[in-house]
Design a protein around this ligand. Structure first.
Ligand code: DQA
Length: 144
């Protein structure tokens, strides 16, 4: 099983960025934790981070026909990007949206998710563990 794990803008700054909201773990810590889980489960993970919306669109398109699922934290593009919504709709790769923080309990502008309208599942407010839960959801997803 092959899963693409995508992180959007500012998630490279995990651990430094607003630790009261996003926690003390770094991006490297996150990837190490996910790769360890994947190795135990015999899953192949391809983890990528970018600050650029179009690069996320390119990577979602790249997953088409090659990956069994996508776990994505689009960062702030969650709340603005119809291009990401359209990309997920286009490729028909089951996609789980993950947010480290509980976006529903924050500012009202974080309560809209465009990409979420095309995702098979959304996990919010479970910290870095939410990414593992996203992978677990895809492991159980019909067809996988
Ligand atoms: C986030 C929540 C977004 O509102 C924010 O812009 C982020 C991170 C989260 O993981 O909680 O960059 O997606």
């Amino acid at each position: 099983m092959k899963i693409m794990v995508l992180n959007g803008p500012n998630l490279n700054l995990l651990g430094v960025r607003e630790p009261g909201i996003y926690g003390a773990g770094s991006y490297a810590d996150l990837i190490a934790m996910l790769q360890q889980y994947a190795a135990e489960q015999g899953i192949e993970l391809d983890c990528r981070q970018t600050n650029h919306e179009g690069v996320l669109v390119d990577w979602i398109q790249e997953a088409m026909g090659k990956f069994d699922g996508i776990v994505i934290n689009p960062g702030a593009y969650t709340h603005t990007s119809i291009a990401l919504l359209d990309a997920v709709k286009a490729v028909r790769v089951p996609t789980v949206e993950v947010h480290i923080s509980d976006v529903d309990a924050r500012e009202s502008f974080r309560q809209i998710s465009y990409i979420g309208m095309a995702c098979v599942h959304t996990i919010k407010g479970h910290g870095l563990q939410g990414y593992v839960e996203g992978i677990q959801f895809l492991q159980k997803y019909p067809g996988n």
